[in-house]
Design a binder for this molecule. Structure first.
Ligand code: FES
Length: 99
């Protein structure tokens, strides 16, 4: 996963933002990673990845970030997550919105 890849599609939070948040703030529990631009507080699809980032960069004993190879694969996995959990595709489609 590249540093500029989005991890949380709901709030458009990148791997870099989450990694830096974990490194700098060392949150005591993984749920505090949501303080990084609200990551993980939407549909919840990205939470397992955020936990891995926290384990890898926010802890003394590093974990391993899962390898969903490409942005297209992650978007497809999230779409399937939405279909399984909510019975519909995400409305935003995981695309960035212009400001
Ligand atoms: S993709 Fe992160 S909360 Fe939906």
């Amino acid at each position: 996963m590249e540093l500029d890849d989005e991890v949380c599609f709901c709030f458009h939070v990148t791997h870099r933002k989450l990694r830096n948040y974990a490194r700098i703030n060392k949150p005591k529990v993984a749920s505090l990673m949501t303080e990084c631009y609200g990551a993980g507080t939407g549909c919840g699809w990205c939470r397992p990845i955020i936990v891995k980032i926290w384990e890898t960069h926010g802890q003394e004993k590093p974990g391993e970030i899962p390898t969903l190879a490409s942005m297209a694969e992650r978007k497809a996995a999230r779409e399937q997550y939405w279909l399984d959990k909510f019975g519909k595709k995400p409305a935003d489609g995981g695309e960035k919105k212009d400001a």
